[in-house]
Design a protein around this ligand. Structure first.
Ligand code: SF4
Length: 674
């Protein structure tokens, strides 16, 4: 019998509403929900491929245990007994810090899995928490903590009123997010912003977003900070919102001094943008007064990521655009209700783990890069990898693999066999997105409006899989570290039992109200001003934190040819790369400009070898003038080519965030293996 169910896609923070058609337990179609108040029928190919993911031939159907070097299917009892015994031995011999967990992208969009992993670490007393956020965007919370006292402040474009929008190093038409906010139905949103005013895109590539923007600035990779510093400098001379700065900012003079060197000539030289581009952009910002601004991985994975974040917030402050109509607002989260709670400043950073104490622990997380050193030093004896792929996410894949192979216990929670199950000692076969109830937890702060949605499971959990949270809760019971809510037993616990407490008392709707709603609930309020009122020390942004001023003094200029990351339409990081629609229609080719290709003797469709100081990879060249000379774009998250092989896990690590250099890495090209 054919049935249709409403749900929402949980592969990225856009959380598009979907209608899933099933024939019995078989998912036959996934399409956009036209009545969804946020995504309005929009979906991308990833969401529409949820059925393919659900029925994937490499889908994990049950738990597996490695014995004598081979992964064998076992019962959950066998797996949990073995794992609990090993963890007990490690906890007794080495202490709680020897058990760690990495939360990948998939865990971020599975509210119960994320919560259960964090709760288990907390109950065990382990500080060894690592997340994908420290791989591609640690500058966001670090800079916001320095400037505003709290790290995770998610700012969103005021889509209904903004007339001047600046997007730097982000391609929401493909990625559907700009790290600070999600872009469901991105093309319609950007076209509407452009129709109402102007949308400027600064990117080394003429991206899909740049093509529908008002103007594209093809700046040199990694120089976004200089473009922003130039705007701040000029606006502080003429065009700043002085009233806002007097009331809501400190250290304006120090900011003015810091940006003084970014005059037209210097900025044009650093960014390689003609003076006309700079003049026109400055005039546009002055013309509109306020602006909305977002950045993406093109900036946050670059060496100057911290400086770009600094000047982004500074520019928004100088133009009086923070928490003002037509600028940006901070989404407090529909179920989080941060605006209705007293703000508590983040604690000061703590030392990193024993092998890398100089790389700070912030927001309760060690930088993910330190996992490698901790495993090599034998400090991490057991590592849970929840919904992530360390072999393509961390630098130096060979070193990561060796570190994982020497770690006694590697527990992988995933929906299908892949790179990580090859190195796992214990495999937890997790329910997929269509097999579990869910709602946005902290990621509700990423929505472009105040919204949240509950979904029940669309299909029953198949084969011998379990919800991602379940084995973690079962381990807690075995280890005397129960994570279950009071009064809930493991035998009877459901997804809903764990979701219910995720809806905070300050939520705009109760769990039962969310559950009863046919689709997302929306609050049209923009809650302007709550960060000034509840969060900022004295209601003011610090516009020139000393650590950032000092980092600016040492910033270098980019190499002539560098590698940059690229998002693909049919994939989110490592997810989806082996779906047939991806393999056939979206190969992970290496994009380079015709001039760079000619210099290296590389031809379109031919092999290209890319070499950095740390390693090399090869791939198929796509020679195309949509990318500027001096930039080579390689998608991340693939095993072939794996950009991780070009990156160092020990050199070029940012001391403020512990993020290695993932973008802007100097490379050379050749057509033949040298
Ligand atoms: S943009 Fe695509 S992947 Fe993201 S939620 Fe929507 S359908 Fe899913």
């Amino acid at each position: 019998m054919t049935t249709q169910s409403r749900s929402f896609c949980r592969l990225c923070p856009a959380y598009c509403g979907i209608v899933v058609t099933c024939d019995g337990d078989r998912v036959v179609k996934v399409q956009g929900d036209r009545e969804h108040p946020v995504s309005q029928g929009y979906t991308c190919p990833k969401g529409r491929a949820l059925g393919e993911l659900h029925h994937h031939p490499r889908r994990l159907d049950g738990p597996h245990l490695r014995r004598n070097g081979r992964l064998e299917p076992v019962t959950w009892e066998e797996l949990l007994d073995d794992l609990a015994a090993k963890l007990r031995g490690i906890l007794d011999a080495r202490g709680a810090a020897a058990v760690g967990a990495y939360f990948g992208t998939a865990a971020v969009f599975d509210a119960n899995l994320y919560w259960a992993g964090a709760a288990l670490l907390k109950r065990l007393g382990s500080p060894s928490k690592f997340t994908s956020g420290t791989i591609d965007a640690p500058s966001y919370p670090m800079v916001r903590r320095l400037m505003g006292g709290v790290g995770w402040l998610f700012h969103s474009i005021d889509f209904e009123r903004a007339t001047m929008t600046l997007l730097l190093g982000t391609n929401p038409v493909v990625s559907h997010n700009a790290h600070m906010q999600a872009f469901p139905n991105p093309t319609a949103r950007i076209r509407e912003l452009a129709r109402r005013g102007e949308v400027w895109v600064a990117d080394s590539r003429r991206t899909e977003t740049a093509r529908i923007a008002t103007r594209h600035l093809a700046l040199r990779p990694g120089t976004d900070y200089a473009l922003l510093a130039f705007l701040v400098r000029e606006l502080l001379r003429d065009g700043a919102d002085r009233e806002y700065l007097v009331v809501h900012a400190t250290r304006v003079d120090e900011l003015r001094a810091a940006v003084e060197r970014f005059d037209m000539a210097a900025t044009s030289r650093i960014t390689d943008l003609p003076a006309d581009d700079l003049t026109d952009l400055l005039a546009a910002v002055r013309r509109h007064g306020r602006l909305a601004l977002q950045t993406g991985t093109g900036t946050s994975m670059a060496p100057a990521a911290n400086l770009t974040q600094w000047f982004a917030i500074a520019l928004l402050a100088v133009t009086g655009s923070l928490e003002r109509p037509g600028g940006v607002w901070f989404n407090p989260g529909f179920v989080q209700g941060l605006d209705k709670r007293p703000g508590t400043p983040d604690p000061e950073p703590e030392p990193g783990p024993p092998s890398r104490p100089e790389l700070p622990r912030q927001g309760g997380e060690y930088p993910s890069i330190t996992m490698i050193d901790e495993m090599e030093a034998g400090n991490l004896q057991a590592l849970f990898v929840l919904g992530g792929n360390l072999l393509s996410a961390l630098p130096d894949a060979l070193r990561v693999r060796a570190a994982l192979e020497r770690t006694p216990v590697v527990v992988v929670s995933d929906v299908q066999h892949g790179d990580m199950t090859e190195v796992a000692t214990h495999v937890l076969a997790a329910a997929g997105p269509l097999e579990r109830a869910d709602l946005p937890h902290f990621s509700d702060c990423l929505a472009p409006v105040l919204a949240a949605q509950y979904t029940p499971a669309v299909v029953p959990v198949g084969a011998d899989r379990r919800a991602g949270w379940w084995p973690l809760a079962a381990l807690g019971e075995r280890l005397g570290a129960s994570i279950l809510p009071q009064g809930v037993s493991l035998e009877s616990a459901t997804d809903d039992d764990l979701l219910r407490p995720r809806v905070r008392p300050a939520s705009r709707a109760t769990f039962d109200e969310l559950k009863a709603a046919p689709t997302a609930l929306v609050d049209e309020d923009r809650s302007l001003g709550w960060v000034e009122r509840n969060v900022l020390p004295g209601g003011r942004w610090n516009l020139a934190p000393a650590p950032l001023v000092s980092q600016l003094e040492g910033v270098g200029e980019p190499a002539p040819l560098v590698m940059i990351p690229r998002r693909l339409w049919r994939r989110v990081n490592s997810y989806g790369r082996d779906l047939p629609q991806v393999l056939e229609r979206e190969p992970a080719d290496i994009l380079l400009h015709p001039a760079d290709a000619a210099d290296a003797g590389v031809v379109d469709g031919g092999l290209v070898f890319v070499e950095s100081a740390f390693g090399r990879l090869r791939g198929i060249a796509r020679v195309d003038d949509s990318i500027r000379p001096g930039a080579v774009a390689i998608p991340h998250g693939w095993s072939d080519p794996n950009v991780s092989e070009l990156l160092s896990a020990s050199e070029g690590v940012d001391p403020l965030t512990g993020m290695p250099t993932y973008s802007g890495v100097p490379v050379t090209l050749s057509a033949e293996e040298g």
